[in-house]
Each structure stands twice: as C-alpha cells, then as structure tokens.
Design a protein around this ligand. Structure first.
Ligand code: ADP
Ligand code: ZN
Ligand code: ZN
Length: 757
C-alpha cells in the first residue's frame, strides 16, 4: 500500500505512544538513506528517544521534506520494525487512508480511529431484575393483565422471558416504553429490584448463555456457506443481503460469526442505533455470552478504552456498536457486518466525513489475511445495490418472512382528487374512514408528517412571500399564541397579519404541522385521545420516552408526530398508519429525496399490523404517480431501484458518479464569495476531463447564526479525480492559513453527501 512516492522524503513525523493526548504532537526524525523508500505512513519504526536515547517504537503518520527544526538537531530513525502487523499499525494506516480519501488533517483522522486513553469518573449503569420468585411474579403479571395495567405487564412479561436475567434500565425506559415511575412503583412493592454498578457488564448472566438450535432455511444456509467457502479459499469479498425485516438476516450473521470465530478470527458488527435494536443485542449475548461486547453510547470514555483493551488482548471476539466500533483494535478481524446498511448514521457528519461502509471495506484489506464484509438491509442504499448489480458485491436475497404476521395493505390517496371533490380537510376520505374504523374497534393509529419547519410555514396567498428567519434563511413556523419561531436558532417574532411585501391580508400558515393535525383529529373525532410527538413536545429530558410509553400503554388512541415516530418502535395494537403529506420529503432539495422517501414510507408501513391484527397504511400525496410512492405501495424495491438509478445516471449523481461537496462558511458574505470563486478557479485550472463543476452557490440553508454558507459541487465518475481536486484545495487552504485568513473562513469536504447542506 503506497500513498505517496515515498522515495523522495527526508523526514518522518511519528507518534510514539498510541494515545489521544500524544497524537497532537508528532515527533520528527530523519530518514537515513538506507531506509529511504522503505518507510511509509503506517510503518512501525525503532527510534532513539529522550536524553538516554532508549529505543522505542513509533508509528509514521506523515512523510515530509520540511524539517521542523534545524536538520542537524533531528535524530535518525534507527530501524524499520519488521514485526508482525499489529492492530496499532493497521489503525494508523487506516487513519492515513481516511485522511487521504476524505480530507481533514492526519491528526483528526488519528483521533477518529484511536481510542481515548482516559480515566473518567465512574458512570453508574442501572439494571432491573425480579425480586420475587418466578411463581409470584407470574401471578402478579396475570393480575396486571386483568387490570389492564399495560406498562407493568409489559415489564414483567419481559423479565419473565428469562427470570434470571437482568435488563438494562435504559432498555426498559427506551425501547420497552416503561417509565421510571412504573419501575419505582414495582420496586416499592418488592416485585422488582434496581441494581447499580459502576462498570458495564454484559446484561446476560454468562451461565444463561445458551445456544438455541435454529436450523437455517436453505436460503440462509446458502448465504453462510457461500461466504465461508469464499473465505476459506482466500477470497474475502463484500456481500449484500437484501431481505425484509424478519427474513432471518440476524440469524445468518450469528452463524457466520460462529464459523469465523472457529477459524481464530474476530468479528465487528455495526448497527445504527443501540437503543432500537436491543432484542438483536440480547440474541448476540445469549449466543456468544462473554465473548461479545457492546460499544454503547452510555459508556464513558474510560470504559470505551477498556473495551478496546479487551479486544486487543483477545478477551472478546465480537464487538457490536455504531460506526466507531469499526476502530476496535482486534488482532485478527475476519468479518465485518453492517446491518441496516442504508442508514445515514453510518456517515460521519464531522470532519473527516467518512462512510463506515467504505472504511469497512478498506479495513478489510488492511487486516492480515483480509476480512469479508457483509451488508444487510430491507431497503439497500442505491450505492450498495448498484455495486451488487455491477458484480462488485455479491447479492443475496431473503424473501420469506419468518416472523409470521401479514404485510399491511397500502393505499395511496390522491389529494388533488380530494380538493376537486370539495374535501378541504387535511384528511382524505380514505384516511377518515380508516381512522373511524380503527377507533371504533379499539385499536390505535399513528399519523405522521415527514419534516418539521417546512410544515408550519407562513406565507402570503396573494404574492407568495414566505416569512423567514432573519438569521438562518429558513421558513419559520407559527406556534400557539401567534408567534413565529425559527427551528434552527430559536429566533421568535410575532406573526404579522399584513404581508410586508405586497400589503395584502391573505397571510396564513400552511396547515400541515403536527399541531394542526392534532386539532383536525379533535374536529373529526372529539372523543379520541391524542398524543403529539414533535420537537416542541420532546424538548425536556425524558419527554420522548414518556410519550412513547404512554402510547404503548394505550393511554391514547392516536399518536401524531414527525418522522421520529416511525423508527423501530413496536406497538402491537397499531393497525393504521397515515402518512399525511408524502410530498414533503419528496420535494426536499436533495438528490436523495426519492430514496429517502421510499425508505421512510417502507419503514412507516412496517409500523402497522405488527401484532395479531392486519394493518392498513394510507399514504396521502399530491403526486400519487411518483415512482417512490408507487413502488413503496407495491413494496417493490427492484422497480424503485431501476427508476432511481436511471435518474441518477442521467444527472451523474452518486452512485453512477461521485460527488464532492466543498462547503464554505464565512462571517463576511463577500469575503466568502470571493474565496469560493477563487477555489472554483483553482479546480477549473486543473482541467480534469469529465469533471462537472457546479457553483459556488448559497447552501440550501444559506445562513445559520449569522454565518454564511456556500457550496461548490463537483461530479466525476472517477473518485481519484475528486480526491486530486480536494488535495489541490487543501493546498490552497494551507496558504490561506499562512495569511491568517482561516479565522474568517472554514472549508470542509463531503464526498457523496447523504445529507443536504
Ligand atoms: P432479520 O434480521 O432479517 O429481521 P431475524 O434473523 O431476526 O431476521 O429473524 C426473524 C425471526 O425468525 C427471529 O425471531 C429468529 O429467531 C427467527 N428465525 C431466523 N431464522 C430462522 C430459522 N431458520 N428457523 C426458525 N426461526 C428462524
Ligand atoms: Zn404578499
Ligand atoms: Zn434562525
């Protein structure tokens, strides 16, 4: 692996101790002639250190021609360490790749991959377990069911699944939607007990770790066999499993990991959000016992460091966690799994803006012997499916649902028809009927509107003027009490009933916010009990859990909310999901809007009918013929993919080409514009054939907190051409820094962005 023509360089910057505090101050050494050309970033070297010149080990993080001090004051590298590849070395190399591929400094890249060495004050981790014996608990449970105390029943049911196990507190208040008050009540009655511990232990008793004997279906077995036989032949590929929720992907992961561990290797499993996937975690714990560890966001920095140490020393074989779990320093990774690989949380939103998928594939090449990478999703990202179509990844399909339950029936309501036939309500007639039905049969409904901010905007019907925040250039929403509020910076001003542009009186709010939906529900169904979940009702700590918990306890009939209600929650009594205006995400100013809408609608549809009763979904739209809507109605991923990929390739959007967003922030708009234009000229001058340069233009949100935001987009089929441009701009930025201009300007790179800017 060579990043640079390394025969040229005279000096090497290296870090001696692999730890966060030290990476900021690399030491510089001279490369002796006999080692020139043999040392590269990531090389492990022996160096004389300190007054006594004791020989220590260092890792090269940069090669350079620029001496830090007078060259005769610099010591020489003593030797190249030819030891086995260590996990530290792999991480330094991975950092070098991230630095080169995504921009940002080498130090930032190192900070991304290396664990923090820090002792932090002990956090307390809480667990809940049964205090009474099992029989008593069962009686109590039966009593709760009889009295319709659903929250209590839910907690006991969970605890009784395995009466010897303890359950993490956050899981109960999070995914299980049981409030702290309920736990307290049961604890006061002596039914349960809350335990506190200052260190994080696996929630499963190691004694209860048992392997359930599940016989894989032929399709599942085929996936495991293909991946493992490739692995044994030395062919470490990337695989994509396309399979709906409940089709047995997780079981496939577990069996593969078994086989990989038998071969003396370790596995990394990435999942998007720990809180939402606890059931999955418990399955891993049960199967692998103490050999698995979880990178939980509730861990302190010190605990995370300890986890890394355990991985390094071979105490564990499997780590499960968010994207940063990729940087677990295992000696011998053999398998990397990315579940729900389409999720945007796999892309870092801070510099370096890396994507876990690409970093995983790079890591799989760096580890000794190579590793296999397995991606899984019900709605694969266009990127992965495209690569699978091109033969870069191997594609597997799991089409059967193993969990039972029927898929919901989806209907699309054409809002244009509704208006034509005189229905001016936010609810189509189809939705009204379904709501009526759901309420009268004692079931629950979820109504969701995708996107806030845009929802409640106030405009003039005569001239089209939209009230926007003077600081952020986003439309403000009207709230109760006649105030306009900015959702970015919180700016508030009274609503004017006269248009400042044309003076007309036809100023009003676009009635499609969560509050309007709530009002409308009361108008149609005055007796319905409604809960609302949006940015306003979840501002205080714990309010999010409280709303979900009370909905899960059936204290309300209808939950109204933004997209935060569609993710991962299981409400068995929900039989109706209404998507009020699918157009809102469809019309977002972002090339991924169609993909996002398809994923969101598919996910929303998955909320209905998860229990015993069949589910219904009503999608309302002004564009019912749009393929994202039609394909999600038909639950036809392939048809969606075909339409979407032809649009992307026509306009040269990822994945058919690559895109680099050069994001520019400046306090002074003119200064920012001038520099942005200058940077555009820099890349134009490179005359790279096939490059499409767009902008500079104002970002979608052109100003936040009085800082102007501009962006230049460059598209090219070859990622290396974009990397070259990124390097050219980074070179200019060094120059800006010398002139002291970087205090007034900030520039960041985002390759193949997944979020609008
Ligand atoms: P996914 O990860 O695709 O959502 P899971 O692996 O969680 O699917 O499987 C869904 C359910 O089916 C789980 O309860 C799992 O234990 C069960 N399951 C998976 N594979 C099999 C199998 N071969 N035989 C029986 N049950 C299975
Ligand atoms: Zn007007
Ligand atoms: Zn604002």
């Amino acid at each position: 692996m060579t990043f640079t023509d390394n025969t040229e360089f005279t000096y090497a910057n290296l870090i001696i101790d692999i730890s966060h505090e030290k990476v900021d101050r690399p030491f510089q050494y001279k490369i002796p002639d006999r080692l020139k050309g043999r040392i590269d970033v990531g090389s492990c070297v022996k160096i004389p250190f300190g007054k006594g010149n004791t020989i220590r080990t260092g890792y090269v993080v940069e090669l350079t021609d620029k001496p830090q001090y007078a060259p005769d004051k610099l010591k020489e590298i003593a030797d190249l360490s030819e030891d086995e590849v260590s996990s530290d070395m792999i991480m330094v190399r991975l950092a070098a790749w991230i630095h080169r591929r995504y921009g940002s400094t080498m130090i930032n890249a190192l900070r991304t991959v290396l664990p923090v060495r820090k002792k932090t004050a002990g956090l307390k981790h809480k667990y809940v377990l049964l205090k009474t014996d099992e029989r008593q608990a069962r009686d109590f449970y039966a009593n709760c069911v009889k009295k319709h105390q659903v929250a209590r029943a839910r907690l006991l049911e969970k605890l009784l699944e395995d009466p010897k196990e303890r359950i993490p507190y956050e899981f109960i208040t999070g995914k299980l939607n049981v409030t702290g008050a309920v736990i307290k009540a049961l604890s006061d009655m002596g039914i349960v007990q809350v335990e506190e511990e200052s260190y994080y232990r696996n929630p499963v008793n190691s004694t209860s770790s048992e392997k359930k004997n599940i016989i894989l279906s032929a399709e599942q077995q085929n996936i495991v066999d293909s991946v493992i036989s490739d692995f044994d032949r030395g062919d470490k590929g990337t695989y994509l499993i396309h399979g709906i929720t409940g089709s047995g992907k997780t079981q496939v992961y577990i069996e593969m990991i078994d086989k990989i561990i038998e071969r003396g290797k370790q596995a990394i499993v990435l999942i998007p959000e720990i809180a939402l996937t606890y059931q999955t975690l418990m399955r891993f714990y049960r199967h692998f016992g103490d050999r698995v560890s979880v990178m939980n966001s509730s861990l302190s920095a010190g605990e995370k460091y300890d986890q890394a140490k355990r991985a390094k020393e071979g105490d564990i074989d499997i780590i499960i966690g968010p994207r940063s779990a990729l940087f677990t320093p295992f000696p011998n990774v053999g398998l990397i799994i990315i579940d729900e690989e389409h999720e945007t949380s796999y892309k870092s939103e801070t510099m370096p803006k890396y994507h876990a998928r690409d970093v995983a594939i790079e890591l799989s090449k760096l580890v000794p012997g190579g590793a296999s990478v397995v991606l899984g999703s019900a709605t694969p990202s266009l990127e992965s499916y495209y690569r699978a179509q091109n033969g870069e990844y191997k594609l597997f399909e799991l089409n059967e649902r193993l969990t039972g339950g029927t898929l919901p029936e989806v209907e699309v309501a054409d809002l244009r028809d509704e208006l034509r036939s005189g229905n001016r309500s936010i609810f189509s007639r189809a939705l009204q009927e379904r709501l009526e039905e759901t309420l009268s049969s004692g079931h629950q409904a979820m109504l969701f509107i995708n996107r806030r901010g845009l929802a409640g905007f106030v405009s003039c019907r005569a001239c089209g003027y939209v009230f926007k925040c003077p600081h952020c250039d986003v439309s403000m929403s009207e709230h109760r009490g006649g105030m306009l509020v900015c959702h970015y910076c919180g700016h508030t001003q009274p609503v004017s009933r006269i248009c400042p542009e044309c003076g007309s009186k036809y100023v009003s709010a676009f009635r499609a916010g969560t509050q309007q939906i709530e009002k409308e529900v009361y108008k149609f169904f005055p007796k319905a009990r409604v809960l609302r979940m949006d940015a306003d009702t979840t501002r205080t700590k714990g309010s999010y859990e409280k709303i979900l918990s009370s909905f899960a306890s059936e204290e309300a009939d209808i939950l109204v909310g933004t997209q935060m209600i569609v993710k991962g929650h299981d409400f068995p009594n929900v039989t109706l999901v209404g998507v009020l205006a699918a157009d809102m995400s469809l019309n977002a100013a972002d090339y991924r809007a169609g993909e996002r809408t398809f994923q969101l609608l598919t996910q929303a549809a998955g909320r209905a009918g998860r229990g015993k009763y069949p589910g219904h979904v009503v999608i309302q739209s002004y564009q019912p013929d749009n393929y994202s809507i039609v394909c999600s109605k038909n639950q036809d991923y392939k048809a969606f993919y075909e339409e979407e990929i032809s649009y992307r390739s026509l306009l040269k959007y990822p994945p058919t080409a690559h895109m680099l967003a050069i994001q520019i922030w400046a306090m002074d708009e003119d200064f920012g514009k001038e520099k942005a234009n200058y940077l555009r000229a820099v890349i134009e001058r490179m005359r790279i054939e096939g490059a499409i340069i767009i902008g500079p233009a104002s970002a979608a949100i052109s100003k936040i907190n009085d800082i102007y935001r501009m962006v230049i987009y460059v598209k090219h089929e070859n990622i290396d051409c974009l990397i070259e441009m990124k390097d050219a701009i980074a070179f200019e930025l060094d120059d800006f820094e010398k002139k002291g201009e970087l205090s007034r300007l900030q520039v960041q790179f985002d390759f193949d962005p997944v979020q609008g800017f």
